[in-house]
Design a protein around this ligand. Structure first.
Ligand SMILES: Cc1ncc(COP(=O)(O)O)c(C=O)c1O
Length: 415
């Protein structure tokens, strides 16, 4: 069959003439396929899914009701563009009350996003010229880097390791990279490590940014999901507003992944640039959704309830994994538990299964134990367990956790 001329028209950034021809299977597709195969091999069996990166529950009924009320108002029907004042003002109040960030001007220092992913994909257009470097932590959420590369930018990865408490080593960046670095992207509480930042770290980031003329993008998608104390915002660090912006989202903190709503706040000029590119990208999120999000930001107790559930599940999962030999420790926030992958599993008959990577272990776990996780081999071999597994109620939650313990017993893991 002759190839269509269309095959020659793809941009190099997505593979050029080779677009669509690669047979490589990506990690998340492999996980999906392994889940399907495990189900087919064990009809009717329960797959315990700890691979998903999103809440297992719906938005709270009062948020849905708020959205309904707002959707009935004719004035909310049209293009929202960069938004009205409702979400902007609620975002500024939220940053003040919940995150201790004083003095955010809702008119000039906040613009909504159609979720943080959309903001991370828009922001590089505002800053990245060909040859510019972006400093990204790895393992991590790659969207800003992917789009920076679309514009001819380069990504320098900063590994997150246990020895560094999963904070990037800013002193490790080569001088020639630093010279061309435009942006540093950080994300705490972190996906996938579950690690939290500290006020000292954020202070160091501000100094680093000033010294090296770098923009800071703080992706705070999990910021409010903390198990003790108050959320820690990058913007609360003295001087942070001079060097960066922070991205907040209702997705994880309010069980609203499908609603697509969040905001970008911080430096006025950076927020303006984001707003200008956004204006040429989308026409804004439906105002009824924006107003429901404003309700959320005025009701942080919703997030506290969600976080309490994750904390409870996290404590139980840590115990289960520790009993199975994993060096699991409860993180301070997020819904991710990140543990070192074993090198081998030994069965009672003495037979050994070796794992050369976290990916191999994760495949074994889904195939043999019907437990789905996400493997990361970017900075050591680790597995991400998400405590967003499906359970009807607390009794069912306990049953699922007992089931995990049961499935992991019977083999001895070697690390
Ligand atoms: C670190 C991180 N940033 C951003 C996002 C995207 O969030 P949103 O739903 O607000 O687009 C995710 C979602 O998984 C994430 O893990």
């Amino acid at each position: 069959m002759t190839e269509s001329y269309l095959q020659n028209l793809f941009a190099e950034r997505i593979g050029g003439r080779q677009y669509g021809k690669s047979t490589a299977i990506y990690k998340f597709e492999k996980i999906k396929r392994a889940k399907r195969a495990a189900l087919a091999a064990n009809p009717g069996a329960e797959i315990i899914d700890m691979g998903v990166g999103e809440p297992d529950e719906m938005a709270f009924p009062e948020v849905v009701a708020e959205m309904h009320r707002a959707a009935l108002k004719p004035e909310n029907r049209g293009y929202a563009d960069n938004g009205d004042a409702v979400l902007k003002q609620a975002a500024a109040r939220y940053l003040d009350r919940v995150c201790g960030v004083k003095g955010i001007n809702p008119e000039t220092e906040v613009v909504h996003s159609i979720g943080s992913k959309a903001a991370l994909s828009i922001l590089p257009a505002a800053f990245i010229n060909p040859g510019d470097y972006v400093l990204m932590t790895t393992p991590g959420y790659p969207v800003f880097g992917t789009h920076a590369k679309y514009y001819g930018g380069l990504v320098h990865n900063l590994p997150l390791t246990e020895e560094n408490r999963f904070l990037p080593d800013l002193d490790s960046i080569p001088a020639e990279v630093l010279k061309k670095a435009k942006a540093l992207v950080i994300n705490y509480p972190n996906n996938p490590t579950g690690a939290s930042a500290t006020a000292e770290f954020y202070q160091r980031v501000v100094q680093f940014a000033r010294k090296n003329n770098v923009i800071v993008i703080s992706d705070a998608a999990y910021a409010a999901l903390v198990f003790d104390g108050k959320p820690l915002s990058f913007l609360a660090a003295p001087g942070a507003k001079e060097v960066g912006v922070e991205l907040h989202s209702c997705s994880k903190s309010f069980n609203m992944t499908g609603w697509r709503i969040g905001f970008v706040a911080g430096n006025e000029l950076l927020v303006k640039a984001y707003g200008d590119v956004k204006d040429n990208t989308d026409s804004g999120q439906f105002l009824a959704i924006q107003h429901a999000a404003a309700y959320c930001f005025d009701h942080p107790e919703i997030t506290e309830k969600i976080a309490a559930k994750y904390a409870r599940r996290m404590e139980a999962l840590v115990q289960v994994l520790r009993a199975a030999g994993f060096n699991a420790r409860k993180p301070q926030g997020s819904f991710f538990l990140y543990v070192k992958a074993p090198r081998a599993a030994v069965k009672p008959d003495g037979s050994r299964i070796e794992f050369r990577s976290a990916e191999e272990f994760s495949q074994w776990l889904i195939t043999e134990k019907l437990i789905s996780t996400v493997p990361w081999d970017d900075a050591g071999a680790y597995l991400r367990f998400s405590v967003t597994f499906v359970a009807r109620d607390q009794a069912d939650e306990k049953r699922v956790l007992d089931e995990i313990a049961q499935r992991l017993s019977g083999v001895k893991f070697e690390f």
